[in-house]
Design a protein around this ligand. Sequence first.
Ligand code: ADP
Ligand code: ZN
Length: 636
Amino acid sequence: MNKQKSNNKMKFNIYWIYLLIGIFFIGIQFSNNSSNGKKTNWQNVKENMIKNNDIEKIVIMNREKANVYVKQEAIKSKDIYKNINKNPIGGEIRGPHYYFIIGSVENFENEIKTTCENLNINEINVEYINKKDVFGELLSWIIPLLIMIGIWLFIMRKMSGGGSGSGSQIFNIGKSKASLFDKNKVNITFKDVAGLDEAKEEVQEIINFLKNPKKYTSLGGKIPRGALLIGSPGTGKTLMAKAMAGEAQVPFFSLSGSDFVEMFVGVGASRVRDLFKQAKMKSPCIVFIDEIDAIGRSRAKQNIPGSNDERENTLNQLLSEMDGFESNSGVIIIAATNRVDVLDKALLRPGRFDRQIFVDLPDLKEREAIFKVHMKPLKTDKSVDINFLSKQTPGFSGADIANVCNESALIAARKNKKIIQKQDFLDAVDRVIGGLEKKNKIISKNEKKVIAFHEAGHAIVSWMLKYASPLVKVTIVPRGKSLGAAWYLPEERQITNTEQIDDELCATLGGRAAEEIMFGKISTGALNDLEKVTKQAYAMVSVYGLNKKIGNLSFYDSSGRSEYNFTKPYSEKTAQIIDEEVSKIIEKAYQKAKNILTKHKKDLVTLSELLLKKEVLFKEDLEKIFGKRKADESKE
Ligand code: ADP
Ligand code: ZN
C-alpha cells in the first residue's frame, strides 16, 4: 500500500522534470525568434534603409551575420517598418530589427564605405561581436547527457528486478523487497497444514509469545527472536510460517534470502536495515526469510579473501540487527533452509535463531492428511483411494502432493472427464516423478527388450533380498530422461546398518547384472545406477566407518571447511585402501546380484515378458508371480 503511493509520487515528479525540460527548449526557441528580427538582404538594406539614413547601427555577429538596428523615429514614422516584429510586452521595439548573412567582413566593410560615400551620408556605425550560440552549445552537451542518463536508467531498471516498475526503482534499491501481508490478509491457519504435528507444537509456543508476551516477560524470561525451519524443499516451511502469522493474527513479511543480494556493494546491508525498520513499525509481526542460506552461509568457508564481502556484510548486518532489537519488541524472525549444515554458526547462537524446528518429509499417515487437504477442492470419483495413493508416493513432499492433485485435475480435464478418477491420479504421480510421458520417443524393439530385462532385474533382486526396500512398481514407459524405472518404498528408518546398505547396492546393480546374464553384454543404460552405487560405497568406507580395513574413521567434516581444500585429510596409502575397499564392496554386491538372477532366471524372463506386454507392473502383479515377498511376510 505504502509502496504504491510513493511510486505514484515518483512518477509524478519525473513527469514534472520532462515538462520543465520541454518548456525550457520552447522558451529558448521563442526568445531566439523574437530577438533575431526579420530576414532581409543587402539590396533591401542598401536601397531602402541606408538611402533614407534610417539605420542606427549594424552589428556583425561571428563574422557572418549582420544585425540591423533601425532608428526608433524611423520605425515610428515609416510604413515600410510596420512589419517589424512587435515587442510582446509593448513599448520600444528593440533590435536587431533585421538581419542578413554576409559573405566576408572585408567585402562588406568596403560595400558600406562606398555606399555611404556614394550617397554622401555619414558612415554607418558598424560593431563586431562574437556571440556564442547558447542554444546550440547547450544542445551539444545536454543531448549526450540525456542519452547517458537514459542508458543508466535502463540498466538500473534491469538490475533491480525486471522492467516492471518505474524509474523510481533506482531510488528504492536499498529498500527491502519484502512483501507484506497484513494480518487480515493471511487467511492460512493450522488447518491448512497437514501433519507436521511436532513442528506445529513448537510453532504454537511462538504464537503464544506473540499473543501474550507479558506472561513470559513478567517472569523475567526472554522471548525468542527467531526460529529456523529446517527441511527439504516443498515440505511446507513457507506454509507453516504463514499459518503462524494467520494463527497469531499478526502481519507477515515474506522475502527470500537472495532478495538481499544485489550487484552493488552495501545494498544487502541496507535492505536488512530497512526490513527491520519496517518490521518494527508493524510490531508485533513475523518476518519470514526463505532460503536464508543465500546470505547465511558459513563465513569460514571463504578461502579467497574478499571474494564475497557483500554477502558477509549482509550477514553481519542481519546478526547485528537481531542482537539490536529488544527481545520484547514483538518481531519474530522465521527463517527457512534445507541446508542447516552450511549456515554460519553465529546465526544459530542463542539470541538469534535459537529454536530449530524440523519439517520432515511426510510419512505415510501425513501424506494421507496432505492428500485430504488438497483433494478438498477437487471433484473426485469413489475409485480414488487416499490410502492407496499415499502408499504410491513414498518420498513425496507436501508440494509434490499438491502438484499431483492439481495435475490429476488437469489430466482428467484433458480427457474431457467430468470427474477425476483413480487412473488420473496415478498418471499424475508418474508425471510428477518422471516428467512428461515420452510417447513418441523412438526406442527400437531390441532396446525395449534390454530395458525390460534391466528393470526386471532390479525388481527381482530387490524382491529376493531381505533388507532391500520393498518395490512399489516397475515401469518401462520412458519419461523425461529415463527409459524405465523401478520404484521402492524406502523404509522409514533413522539408522542404516551394513547389511541394509549391502542389499541396497545389490538391488541397484540388479539391472546391469540382468543385462549381462541375458545378453552376455552390458550397456550404458546403467549410468545412474553406477553413480548411485559408487557414491554410496565411498560413503560407507570414508564417511560412516562401516569398513573393517579403514576402521572406525570418518573423514566427513561437518563444518564444511574442507569443501574448498584440495588436500585430502588422509594419506596416499589410505586413499589407495579406500579405493580398493570400495571396489571390493561393489564387486561383491554385483556378484551377489548375478547369483540371485542366475538362480531365478526363469522368473526374470517371465517378468520381463510381462513387463514388455503391460509396461507398468505393481507390487500386486509381482505377488501373483512370486507369491508374497518373504521379507514382508516375516515383518508381518
Ligand atoms: P517450502 O517452503 O518448504 O519449500 P512450501 O511451504 O512453499 O514449501 O510448500 C509448497 C506447497 O506445498 C504449499 O503451498 C502447499 O500447497 C503444499 N504443502 C507442503 N506441505 C504441506 C502440508 N504439510 N500440508 C498441506 N500442504 C502442504
Ligand atoms: Zn537401473
